[in-house]
Write a protein that binds this ligand. Structure first.
Ligand SMILES: Nc1ncnc2c1ncn2[C@@H]1O[C@H](COP(=O)(O)OP(=O)(O)O)[C@@H](O)[C@H]1O
Ligand SMILES: [Mg+2]
Length: 240
């Protein structure tokens, strides 16, 4: 069985070497509008293409936004949903969601943990990609100790189940101290940000890991194309 996964983004995958193994966790961090959801879409698109079952937890926009986004890249979400290869958890609607799986009680993080575990259990034995967009939204009501306890328990569980998880964090939602601790729990960290050049504002992403308290990474400039999605334009070398 294939053990490693890719993002489906050429310039990025090339730098991953043997890819990301199932059972790893990826943290994606960045400001609003930088392209985190587009990256999540690429990750799901690639997952569907190579036979994975993809679970998308929609927290910041309703599930229909991702359905439409995938359709705009010619990925027929409804067909995959019918085959049970693409599953949505609606964590956006406050009440009365029409989705099969929904989570609205944001004050009780443990309820989310239980739901996620339950959904994952339905797909045990498959290669699964899980995307939470964004996890920081689910954590806004929790205090620091609750957040850390949630991370530790959940990540241990995800690892055990062999799920490839992508957790998205919007910059500035969690306290910097909490974010630093959080980063240590992930195998791979993708930081997305705007960088200004002389003439314009560019998008960049840094892919890295925390190694002995330092973030070791490679930097890439990217654009968002309506046709191809995220296009990595150039390697910028090794960052700090
Ligand atoms: N299908 C698409 N084609 C082209 N641009 C897109 C598409 N989807 C989103 N964008 C643009 O990509 C940018 C990032 O969007 P998004 O990924 O939703 O940001 P984030 O999730 O980081 O807040 C936005 O400026 C948006 O207009
Ligand atoms: Mg988003």
């Amino acid at each position: 069985m294939r053990k490693a996964a890719y993002f489906g983004i050429e310039g990025l995958d090339r730098n991953l070497g043997k890819g990301v193994s199932y059972g790893s966790q990826i943290a994606v961090e960045g400001d609003s509008g930088i392209g985190k959801t587009v990256l999540a879409g690429e990750f799901i698109k690639e997952g569907l293409r190579c036979g994975d079952t993809c679970i998308y937890v929609a927290c910041d926009e309703p599930p229909v936004a991702m359905r439409e986004h995938l359709l705009s890249f010619k990925v027929g979400a409804p067909a995959y949903e019918e085959m049970d290869r693409l599953i949505f958890i609606d964590a956006y609607e406050e009440s009365g969601s029409a989705e099969k799986y929904a989570f609205s009680d944001h004050r009780h993080l443990v309820k989310y943990y239980v739901l996620e575990k339950e959904v994952l259990r339905c797909y045990a034995g498959r290669r699964v990609r899980l995307v939470v967009d964004s996890l920081s939204t689910l954590l806004t009501m929790a205090d620091t100790s609750e957040v850390l306890e949630f991370h530790r328990t959940r990540i241990k569980q995800l690892r055990k189940s062999g799920v490839l998880a992508m957790d998205i964090f919007v910059n500035g939602v969690l306290e910097p101290r909490v974010m630093t601790i959080t980063n240590h729990l992930y195998n791979l960290i993708i930081k997305m940000s705007f960088t200004s050049s002389t003439y314009s504002s560019l998008r960049q992403l840094q892919v890295g890991k925390v190694k002995s308290q330092q973030f070791v990474s490679s930097r890439h400039i990217f654009t968002i194309s309506p046709l191809y999605g995220i296009v990595v334009a150039a390697d910028m070398g090794v960052g700090e």
